[in-house]
Design a protein around this ligand. Structure first.
Ligand code: MG
Length: 391
């Protein structure tokens, strides 16, 4: 029996119903050494609201989600966000026409002025419909993440080439798992999730990875990085720069682009984020932080609401002052109940059950001592009234 099942067995049906209906703090399995939050924790922040975008059609690009950073949205002025990939920087000779960014062969790569790293990246591209060349010579371009790692752009609709140089390959490293390309002249869509390698003190903690959907088909599935990839030589793993520009390749073919946007991704737990499965050290620190927030909130409350909130804080971390104050308050409450005439106890049932649920939960998860305050007296009151029985 795991801890959750143990607690469910301990908790009566009315207790569960109350928790589910009211959003009780004392419900799912509590925080543990790797999880700062309880299961179904009501204190856990809500996901950030993002207005979704719309899908593209061949006729027109879709709309990016509301939090996307648009790198090319079709306006001629969007070219200001890009420059020729040269030192010193100079304006690019790539052209914007009819809402489309087009490579001018032999003008060189193009890069964003903005630099970023981990991201969700959306890029649409289209090959010349006048087919020329073969293998790597047909419609070659490329999306260079951080200016460093190429997700290949190539007309492979009917054009074999070496597999690790195929469209949507991590060039020189890993072929795509499928070829879902449309005909040249039609718009192709890449949706990419990129995480760069993480190193600490010279040691690799995470290889980094790339996931690619090509025209909605998964073609790179969390593929681990092996360095930046590249031509001819096998690349080696190693740290990436902190940030880098997005680059698009001029490989001598007039490939078109539209609707380029990205969303920066939050840190991974390995980089200090506090969502997900954490180290014991990180969990302890986060639990202490949550406990303080809950105690600060309790300080704004009065009476039973304050005490229950203080008890809630003990799920995350012990605090002598909070424990002492909650103990005194619970004891005082129980004394008040015990002093009531028998026919008046029912009027306090909601508060009694709230405390009882809280104390049973905290005792079960060892957040409070077994002999905490008036826990047993309260349980006796609940039992005497049959409130612990299924109905
Ligand atoms: Mg290329």
């Amino acid at each position: 029996m795991n801890t959750r099942h143990a607690f469910l067995a301990l908790c009566t049906l009315p207790c569960l119903a109350m928790a589910a209906n009211t959003g009780s703090a004392f419900y799912g399995d509590g925080p543990d050494e790797h999880h700062p939050w309880a299961v179904h924790d009501r204190n856990r922040p809500q996901p950030v609201r993002v207005e979704p975008g719309t899908p593209s059609t061949q006729e027109q690009p879709g709309k990016p989600p509301s939090d996307a950073i648009v790198l090319f949205g079709g306006a001629a002025s969007d070219l200001d966000k890009w420059e020729a990939d040269k030192k010193p920087a100079e304006p690019t000779k790539w052209e914007v026409k009819d809402g489309v960014l087009q490579c001018v062969p032999k003008s060189g790569y193009i890069r964003t002025k903005e630099e970023f790293a981990d991201c969700q990246l959306h890029v649409e591209w289209s090959e010349p419909s006048d087919i020329e060349g073969e293998s790597q010579g047909r419609g070659n371009s490329g999306v260079f993440l951080m200016g460093y790692l190429e997700v290949q752009v190539l007309d492979n609709y009917n054009n074999p080439t070496y597999a690790d140089g195929f469209a949507a390959s991590l060039y020189g490293v890993n072929p795509p798992m499928a070829n879902p390309l449309r005909k040249p002249g039609e718009w192709q869509v890449y949706d990419i999730v990129f995480r760069k390698p993480v190193y600490k003190d010279g040691k690799q903690l995470d290889a980094g990875y790339v996931t690619v959907f090509s025209n909605g088909v998964l073609v790179q599935d969390h593929t681990p990085l092996e360095g930046p990839g590249g031509h001819h030589n096998r690349s080696k793993t190693g740290p990436f720069p902190e940030k880098g520009p997005l680059k698009l390749q001029d490989h001598g073919n007039p490939v078109k682009y539209r609707n380029i946007w990205y969303r920066p991704l939050p840190k991974r737990t390995i980089e200090g984020a506090t969502e997900g499965f954490l180290t014991e050290e990180a969990t302890k620190a986060k639990r202490a932080e949550i406990a303080k927030t809950v105690r600060d909130d309790a300080a704004k409350l009065q009476g039973n609401a304050k005490t229950l909130r203080l008890l809630e804080s003990l799920c995350y971390a012990n605090d002598e002052a909070a424990l002492k104050e909650a103990t005194a308050s619970v004891d005082a409450f129980v004394k008040t109940v015990q002093a009531l005439p028998a026919d008046k106890v029912e009027s306090k049932k909601n508060d009694i059950m709230s405390y009882h649920t809280a104390l049973q939960y905290l005792t079960h998860f060892k957040n409070i001592p077994e002999d905490f305050g008036a826990t047993k007296d309260l349980a006796a009151i609940v039992k005497a009234h049959g409130w612990d029985k299924k109905k």
